[in-house]
Structures are given as structure tokens and as C-alpha cells.
Design a protein around this ligand. Structure first.
Ligand SMILES: NC(=O)c1ccc[n+]([C@@H]2O[C@H](COP(=O)([O-])OP(=O)(O)OC[C@H]3O[C@@H](n4cnc5c(N)ncnc54)[C@H](OP(=O)(O)O)[C@@H]3O)[C@@H](O)[C@H]2O)c1
Length: 260
């Protein structure tokens, strides 16, 4: 799998997948690691997902980078979330402020934890284009190393200003919801085998892989984190993380197949 600034380019999301089921978590975590993945994205918002991820990684912790989040309007609760994460994961590779919640209040103590070596990188996320103005303002402070945002052929608002800004400031980019989020609307209507045929010579076997390659063919993207509860799909998704990448014509072709 290709490596960019955050490691191998296909990671794993954990929203609404294994939740509190540790054996299900172990199955998808093992599938992701065996396929060459390294980065696992979670959040206190995802119920028991952090605890299950921590348990699933126990024997393979050194192989993984944990990207998780602080999600609280209060600093006190945010700090308690971090203490729980230290218990689950020992250290956090990428600590993100989830959906910009109280980001100005959380940043100082998260920066202290980074200086103390308990966090490697600081990030910020938002899923909604309506909040991209505020996300842009947060990035312009120069205090974030990573931004997580949506990007897929049906959601391209981040291309206008956020991706150019991230490139200008040297901020690494994680792409959430490559299939359009829970329920995967972009996978609802898969193109036929014949329609996918032109993409086979560039290493695409399945429609989910075409969408992941579409995202990763933008060189400003460092990492995409599709979520699945099924190990076989985790493996399938990871195979999209190797070159060759799409040029403008293939990207336009895939976007047309989504109806965008
Ligand atoms: N605000 C934020 O910070 C924020 C917001 C949204 C997402 N995220 C992060 O981004 C991650 C990914 O986004 P997402 O979970 O919203 O959505 P997504 O990855 O776009 O889509 C997930 C859906 O795709 C299905 N899927 C995955 N691989 C598949 C394949 N190969 N074939 C068919 N179906 C497949 C999964 O179903 P099965 O489980 O049945 O395979 C699941 O329903 C999240 O898990 C989370 O970690 C962060």
C-alpha cells in the first residue's frame, strides 16, 4: 500500500461497526492490519468503539496508529475522555477535536499533552459543508497538524478552499465517509461489470475500490478511512491503496458513474 504523511493511505473508520463487540472488532482490526493498513479512526461519540478497538489492538498495538477525538463542550469532560483513551490505547497518534466542538477551549490542554509526548499530532474534523468556514478559521490558526473532512464524488465542497488551504499550510488530510456515510448511498447503485471494465487495467476490481481510488487520486489527501463491519470488505477496501492512480479523465468517468 502507498504511504503518505500519515502512513499507509487506507485506514479504518469505526462509526457504527463493531461498537461493544470485541471479537467483531478483532476480526476487522486483524483484516485491516493484514492488508497493510495502520490508522484506526474512532471517537467517544461512537459508543463503546474506542474500548473495543483498544482491546482488539492489545497484542498488535505497535503496528497501529490511533486517530481518535475529543467530543465535549466541557474541558473537564474532554480531559476525562483523554484519560479513558490513555487507558484504551496508552498514547494517541492523532487527537482530533470532533466537529469543532469547543475547539478553542480544548486546544491549549491538547497542545500541552502533545508537548508532553502523549499525543503526536493534533487534528480537527467536521462533516458538514455548512461549518467549513469555521473549519477554515481553525486551520488558519496554524495550530493543527491534521484536518478530517468529507470528500467523495457526491460531496466536493472541501475542494474549493479547504484542500488548497491544507496544502498551503502543510496540514495532512484525512477523508471521512468516502461512500457517502452510514448506509453508503454511493454504493446503492453499483455500475455494471461492463461499465467498470475501463478501470480494470488500473487495478480496480470493484465499485467501492473505484470510489476509494477516486479520493486517493487527489494527491492532497493523505488517508481515507472507510468503515465496515465485514473483514472481507476491509480487505477489499485496502486493495485500493496502491498505485496507479486516476488521472483527470478517470476521475471524471467515476464521478459520471455516480450520477454526479
Ligand atoms: N465528524 C467526523 O469526525 C466524522 C463524520 C463521519 C465519519 N467519520 C469517520 O469516517 C469513517 C468513515 O465514514 P462513515 O462511516 O461515515 O462512512 P463510509 O465509510 O462512507 O461508509 C460506511 C458504509 O459503507 C459500507 N461499506 C464499507 N466498505 C464496503 C464495501 N467494500 N462494499 C460495500 N459496502 C461497504 C459499510 O457497510 P458494512 O459495515 O455492512 O460493510 C458502511 O455501511 C467513520 O467510521 C468515522 O471513523 C468522522
Amino acid at each position: 500500500m502507498e504511504q503518505r504523511r500519515l502512513g499507509p493511505v487506507v485506514g479504518l473508520g469505526t462509526y457504527r461497526t463493531f461498537e461493544g463487540d470485541v471479537s467483531a472488532a478483532r476480526a476487522v482490526v486483524d483484516a485491516a492490519l493484514s492488508a497493510g493498513g495502520r490508522v484506526f479512526d474512532s471517537s467517544p461519540m461512537y459508543g463503546a468503539a474506542e474500548a473495543s478497538l483498544g482491546a482488539a489492538l492489545r497484542d498488535r498495538r505497535a503496528e497501529a496508529t490511533v486517530a481518535t477525538k475529543i467530543w465535549s463542550p466541557s474541558v473537564e469532560e474532554g480531559r476525562a475522555q483523554f484519560e479513558a483513551q490513555r487507558w484504551f490505547f496508552h498514547s494517541v497518534g492523532i487527537e482530533q477535536i470532533h466537529n469543532l466542538v469547543a475547539w478553542e477551549e480544548h486546544l491549549p490542554w491538547i497542545e500541552e499533552e502533545k508537548v508532553a509526548g502523549r499525543i503526536d499530532r493534533i487534528g480537527v474534523t467536521h462533516w458538514s459543508a455548512g461549518s467549513f468556514g469555521e473549519l477554515e478559521g481553525a486551520l488558519r490558526t496554524g495550530r493543527f497538524d491534521v484536518v478530517q473532512l468529507p470528500l467523495n464524488p457526491g460531496e466536493r465542497e472541501s475542494e474549493a478552499r479547504l484542500l488548497p488551504l491544507a496544502e498551503e499550510l502543510g496540514i495532512a488530510v484525512i477523508v471521512m465517509s468516502p461512500f457517502g456515510g452510514t448506509g453508503a448511498p454511493l454504493l446503492g447503485h453499483s455500475p455494471s461489470e461492463a461499465e467498470l471494465e475501463p478501470l480494470r487495467e488500473i487495478g480496480v476490481e470493484t465499485w467501492p475500490q473505484a470510489l476509494l481510488k477516486w479520493v486517493l487520486s487527489d494527491s492532497r489527501v493523505d488517508l481515507v478511512i472507510p468503515a465496515s463491519r465485514r473483514p472481507q470488505r476491509v480487505h477489499e477496501n485496502a486493495l485500493a491503496g496502491a498505485p496507479p492512480w486516476f488521472g483527470p479523465d478517470e476521475r471524471a468517468f467515476v464521478a459520471r458513474l455516480t450520477g454526479s
